[in-house]
Write a protein of this length. Structure first.
Length: 278
Protein backbone atom coordinates (compact mmCIF):
# COMPACT_ATOMS: atom_id res chain seq x y z
CA UNK A 1 0.00 0.00 0.00
CA UNK A 2 1.40 3.37 -1.05
CA UNK A 3 1.28 6.30 1.41
CA UNK A 4 -1.94 8.34 1.56
CA UNK A 5 -0.45 11.37 -0.21
CA UNK A 6 -0.20 9.38 -3.44
CA UNK A 7 -3.99 9.36 -3.50
CA UNK A 8 -4.72 12.75 -1.93
CA UNK A 9 -2.07 14.93 -3.57
CA UNK A 10 -1.19 13.04 -6.75
CA UNK A 11 -4.74 11.85 -7.41
CA UNK A 12 -3.62 8.28 -8.04
CA UNK A 13 -5.97 5.30 -8.06
CA UNK A 14 -5.15 1.68 -7.28
CA UNK A 15 -2.67 2.64 -4.55
CA UNK A 16 -2.90 -0.84 -3.07
CA UNK A 17 -0.78 -1.96 -6.05
CA UNK A 18 2.80 -1.11 -6.99
CA UNK A 19 3.57 2.27 -8.59
CA UNK A 20 4.75 2.70 -12.18
CA UNK A 21 6.87 5.71 -13.18
CA UNK A 22 7.39 5.54 -16.92
CA UNK A 23 7.95 7.47 -20.14
CA UNK A 24 10.77 8.35 -22.54
CA UNK A 25 14.16 9.32 -21.11
CA UNK A 26 13.89 12.90 -22.36
CA UNK A 27 11.16 15.04 -23.92
CA UNK A 28 11.76 14.72 -27.68
CA UNK A 29 8.52 15.88 -29.28
CA UNK A 30 4.85 16.36 -28.52
CA UNK A 31 3.85 13.39 -30.71
CA UNK A 32 6.17 10.90 -29.01
CA UNK A 33 5.21 12.14 -25.55
CA UNK A 34 1.48 11.90 -26.25
CA UNK A 35 1.71 8.49 -27.93
CA UNK A 36 3.75 7.08 -25.07
CA UNK A 37 1.53 8.47 -22.32
CA UNK A 38 -1.69 7.42 -24.05
CA UNK A 39 -0.42 3.84 -24.39
CA UNK A 40 0.85 3.63 -20.81
CA UNK A 41 -2.38 5.12 -19.44
CA UNK A 42 -4.47 2.47 -21.21
CA UNK A 43 -2.23 -0.34 -19.95
CA UNK A 44 -2.10 0.84 -16.36
CA UNK A 45 -5.85 1.47 -16.21
CA UNK A 46 -6.44 -2.05 -17.50
CA UNK A 47 -4.04 -3.60 -14.97
CA UNK A 48 -5.08 -1.26 -12.12
CA UNK A 49 -1.58 0.12 -11.63
CA UNK A 50 -1.03 3.69 -10.34
CA UNK A 51 0.90 5.60 -13.00
CA UNK A 52 3.15 8.67 -13.02
CA UNK A 53 4.40 9.90 -16.39
CA UNK A 54 8.10 10.81 -16.51
CA UNK A 55 10.41 12.51 -18.93
CA UNK A 56 13.40 14.79 -18.46
CA UNK A 57 13.07 18.33 -19.82
CA UNK A 58 16.87 18.42 -20.05
CA UNK A 59 19.75 15.98 -19.65
CA UNK A 60 22.44 17.81 -17.72
CA UNK A 61 24.61 14.75 -17.09
CA UNK A 62 26.20 13.91 -20.44
CA UNK A 63 29.52 12.16 -21.05
CA UNK A 64 30.13 14.10 -24.25
CA UNK A 65 29.35 17.73 -25.09
CA UNK A 66 28.04 16.43 -28.42
CA UNK A 67 25.21 14.43 -26.80
CA UNK A 68 21.62 15.67 -27.00
CA UNK A 69 20.47 17.62 -23.96
CA UNK A 70 17.13 19.32 -24.55
CA UNK A 71 14.61 20.72 -27.01
CA UNK A 72 14.52 23.73 -24.67
CA UNK A 73 13.31 24.03 -21.09
CA UNK A 74 10.18 26.07 -21.82
CA UNK A 75 9.09 23.92 -24.74
CA UNK A 76 9.69 20.68 -22.84
CA UNK A 77 7.84 21.87 -19.73
CA UNK A 78 4.94 23.02 -21.91
CA UNK A 79 4.67 19.50 -23.34
CA UNK A 80 4.74 17.96 -19.85
CA UNK A 81 2.04 20.41 -18.74
CA UNK A 82 -0.11 19.45 -21.72
CA UNK A 83 0.38 15.75 -20.96
CA UNK A 84 -0.81 16.32 -17.41
CA UNK A 85 -3.91 18.19 -18.58
CA UNK A 86 -4.79 15.84 -21.46
CA UNK A 87 -4.39 12.52 -19.65
CA UNK A 88 -4.98 13.58 -16.03
CA UNK A 89 -1.77 11.95 -14.82
CA UNK A 90 0.84 13.27 -12.39
CA UNK A 91 4.21 14.22 -13.87
CA UNK A 92 7.77 13.50 -12.69
CA UNK A 93 10.92 15.14 -13.98
CA UNK A 94 14.42 15.73 -12.66
CA UNK A 95 16.09 18.92 -11.50
CA UNK A 96 19.79 19.74 -11.43
CA UNK A 97 20.10 22.98 -9.46
CA UNK A 98 18.36 24.83 -6.66
CA UNK A 99 17.03 27.54 -8.97
CA UNK A 100 15.26 24.95 -11.11
CA UNK A 101 13.30 23.53 -8.17
CA UNK A 102 10.76 26.36 -7.88
CA UNK A 103 10.40 26.81 -11.65
CA UNK A 104 9.79 23.13 -12.37
CA UNK A 105 7.54 22.65 -9.32
CA UNK A 106 5.02 24.98 -10.96
CA UNK A 107 4.50 22.35 -13.68
CA UNK A 108 5.18 18.89 -12.27
CA UNK A 109 4.05 16.86 -9.27
CA UNK A 110 7.22 14.94 -8.40
CA UNK A 111 10.78 16.27 -8.43
CA UNK A 112 13.47 13.70 -9.03
CA UNK A 113 17.01 14.10 -7.76
CA UNK A 114 19.43 12.43 -10.20
CA UNK A 115 21.73 9.72 -8.85
CA UNK A 116 24.91 11.74 -9.38
CA UNK A 117 23.41 14.63 -7.37
CA UNK A 118 21.85 12.67 -4.51
CA UNK A 119 24.27 14.06 -1.88
CA UNK A 120 23.87 17.73 -2.88
CA UNK A 121 22.44 19.15 0.33
CA UNK A 122 21.20 22.50 -1.00
CA UNK A 123 19.54 20.81 -3.98
CA UNK A 124 17.72 18.37 -1.70
CA UNK A 125 16.63 21.18 0.60
CA UNK A 126 15.37 23.27 -2.32
CA UNK A 127 13.39 20.33 -3.67
CA UNK A 128 11.90 19.67 -0.25
CA UNK A 129 10.94 23.30 0.27
CA UNK A 130 8.67 23.23 -2.81
CA UNK A 131 6.33 20.89 -0.93
CA UNK A 132 6.30 18.50 -3.87
CA UNK A 133 6.95 14.77 -3.64
CA UNK A 134 10.71 14.22 -3.97
CA UNK A 135 12.20 11.09 -5.53
CA UNK A 136 15.89 10.60 -4.68
CA UNK A 137 17.84 8.17 -6.83
CA UNK A 138 20.55 6.31 -4.95
CA UNK A 139 23.92 7.16 -6.42
CA UNK A 140 25.85 4.37 -8.09
CA UNK A 141 28.54 5.09 -5.49
CA UNK A 142 26.24 5.07 -2.43
CA UNK A 143 25.59 2.43 0.21
CA UNK A 144 21.85 1.91 0.64
CA UNK A 145 22.10 2.62 4.37
CA UNK A 146 23.49 6.08 3.65
CA UNK A 147 20.34 7.15 1.82
CA UNK A 148 18.84 7.70 5.27
CA UNK A 149 20.91 10.86 5.60
CA UNK A 150 19.71 12.17 2.25
CA UNK A 151 16.07 11.76 3.26
CA UNK A 152 16.80 13.67 6.47
CA UNK A 153 17.91 16.69 4.44
CA UNK A 154 14.41 16.87 2.98
CA UNK A 155 12.44 15.97 6.10
CA UNK A 156 14.39 18.66 7.99
CA UNK A 157 12.63 21.34 5.91
CA UNK A 158 9.24 19.86 6.76
CA UNK A 159 8.66 17.58 3.77
CA UNK A 160 8.27 13.85 4.35
CA UNK A 161 6.82 13.06 0.93
CA UNK A 162 9.88 11.14 -0.23
CA UNK A 163 10.64 8.15 -2.45
CA UNK A 164 13.97 6.37 -2.88
CA UNK A 165 15.14 4.66 -6.05
CA UNK A 166 17.58 1.79 -6.55
CA UNK A 167 19.36 2.06 -9.92
CA UNK A 168 22.38 -0.25 -9.60
CA UNK A 169 25.91 0.20 -8.29
CA UNK A 170 29.17 0.82 -10.08
CA UNK A 171 30.89 -2.46 -10.91
CA UNK A 172 34.33 -1.62 -12.27
CA UNK A 173 34.43 0.63 -15.31
CA UNK A 174 31.44 1.13 -17.65
CA UNK A 175 29.25 -1.35 -15.81
CA UNK A 176 26.62 -1.61 -13.08
CA UNK A 177 25.33 -4.44 -10.93
CA UNK A 178 22.10 -4.60 -8.92
CA UNK A 179 22.21 -5.73 -5.31
CA UNK A 180 18.62 -6.59 -4.44
CA UNK A 181 19.47 -6.30 -0.74
CA UNK A 182 19.47 -2.53 -1.30
CA UNK A 183 15.69 -2.58 -1.75
CA UNK A 184 15.17 -4.34 1.58
CA UNK A 185 17.66 -2.06 3.35
CA UNK A 186 16.19 1.18 1.98
CA UNK A 187 12.62 0.11 2.79
CA UNK A 188 13.67 0.09 6.45
CA UNK A 189 14.36 3.84 6.20
CA UNK A 190 10.61 4.28 6.07
CA UNK A 191 9.83 5.59 2.59
CA UNK A 192 8.59 3.88 -0.61
CA UNK A 193 11.38 2.28 -2.64
CA UNK A 194 11.31 2.26 -6.44
CA UNK A 195 13.39 0.01 -8.70
CA UNK A 196 14.82 1.64 -11.83
CA UNK A 197 14.80 -1.33 -14.18
CA UNK A 198 16.22 0.51 -17.19
CA UNK A 199 19.11 2.60 -15.84
CA UNK A 200 20.19 -0.51 -13.94
CA UNK A 201 21.07 -2.19 -17.24
CA UNK A 202 23.14 0.74 -18.52
CA UNK A 203 26.79 0.45 -19.41
CA UNK A 204 27.83 4.06 -18.65
CA UNK A 205 29.90 5.79 -21.34
CA UNK A 206 30.62 2.39 -22.89
CA UNK A 207 30.16 3.30 -26.56
CA UNK A 208 32.61 6.07 -27.44
CA UNK A 209 31.19 8.64 -25.04
CA UNK A 210 27.61 7.35 -25.18
CA UNK A 211 26.11 4.98 -22.63
CA UNK A 212 25.46 1.46 -23.83
CA UNK A 213 23.16 -1.05 -22.22
CA UNK A 214 21.78 -4.57 -22.01
CA UNK A 215 17.99 -4.21 -22.35
CA UNK A 216 17.55 -7.99 -22.33
CA UNK A 217 18.09 -7.80 -18.57
CA UNK A 218 15.28 -5.28 -17.91
CA UNK A 219 12.56 -7.91 -17.52
CA UNK A 220 14.57 -10.40 -15.39
CA UNK A 221 15.70 -7.66 -13.00
CA UNK A 222 12.20 -6.19 -12.78
CA UNK A 223 10.77 -9.61 -11.98
CA UNK A 224 13.43 -10.11 -9.31
CA UNK A 225 12.63 -6.73 -7.72
CA UNK A 226 8.92 -7.62 -7.68
CA UNK A 227 9.80 -10.79 -5.81
CA UNK A 228 11.80 -8.81 -3.26
CA UNK A 229 8.76 -6.62 -2.59
CA UNK A 230 9.66 -3.26 -4.11
CA UNK A 231 7.00 -0.53 -3.91
CA UNK A 232 7.23 0.58 -7.51
CA UNK A 233 9.10 0.57 -10.80
CA UNK A 234 10.81 3.22 -12.87
CA UNK A 235 10.89 2.00 -16.48
CA UNK A 236 11.91 4.25 -19.34
CA UNK A 237 10.14 3.36 -22.55
CA UNK A 238 9.96 4.61 -26.14
CA UNK A 239 8.04 3.63 -29.29
CA UNK A 240 11.36 3.09 -31.09
CA UNK A 241 14.31 2.99 -28.66
CA UNK A 242 16.88 2.74 -31.45
CA UNK A 243 15.90 6.26 -32.56
CA UNK A 244 15.64 7.76 -29.08
CA UNK A 245 17.63 10.92 -28.36
CA UNK A 246 18.97 9.55 -25.06
CA UNK A 247 19.47 6.11 -23.46
CA UNK A 248 18.62 4.37 -26.71
CA UNK A 249 20.31 1.15 -25.58
CA UNK A 250 18.65 0.81 -22.20
CA UNK A 251 14.97 1.63 -22.75
CA UNK A 252 12.11 -0.84 -23.01
CA UNK A 253 10.21 -0.82 -26.29
CA UNK A 254 6.73 0.58 -25.72
CA UNK A 255 5.04 -2.37 -27.44
CA UNK A 256 6.54 -4.72 -24.83
CA UNK A 257 5.44 -2.80 -21.76
CA UNK A 258 2.11 -4.53 -21.24
CA UNK A 259 3.65 -8.02 -21.15
CA UNK A 260 6.31 -6.85 -18.72
CA UNK A 261 3.78 -5.20 -16.42
CA UNK A 262 1.54 -8.28 -16.50
CA UNK A 263 4.48 -10.40 -15.35
CA UNK A 264 5.46 -7.93 -12.63
CA UNK A 265 1.83 -7.73 -11.50
CA UNK A 266 1.60 -11.50 -11.06
CA UNK A 267 4.84 -11.74 -9.09
CA UNK A 268 3.97 -8.70 -6.99
CA UNK A 269 0.64 -10.21 -5.91
CA UNK A 270 2.34 -13.45 -4.92
CA UNK A 271 5.18 -11.71 -3.06
CA UNK A 272 2.74 -9.56 -1.09
CA UNK A 273 0.83 -12.65 0.02
CA UNK A 274 3.84 -13.98 1.91
CA UNK A 275 4.20 -13.41 5.63
CA UNK A 276 7.62 -12.23 6.83
CA UNK A 277 9.99 -14.95 8.00
CA UNK A 278 11.51 -13.78 11.28
Amino acid sequence: MLPEYFKKELGLKYTENFLLISGPCVVESRSIAFKTCETLKKITDKLRIPFIYKSSYAKANRTSADSFRSIGMDKALDILSDIKREFNVPILTDIHSEIEAGIVAEVVDVLRIPAFLCRQTELLEAAGETGKVVNIKKGQFMAPEDMKYQTEKISAVGNKKIMLTERGSTFGYNNLVVDMRSIVIMKKIGYPVIFDATHSVQMPSKDSGVSGGNPEFIAPLARAAAGVGVDGFFIETHPNPAKAFSDAKSMMKLSRMQRLLEQINSINKLARSFKPIV
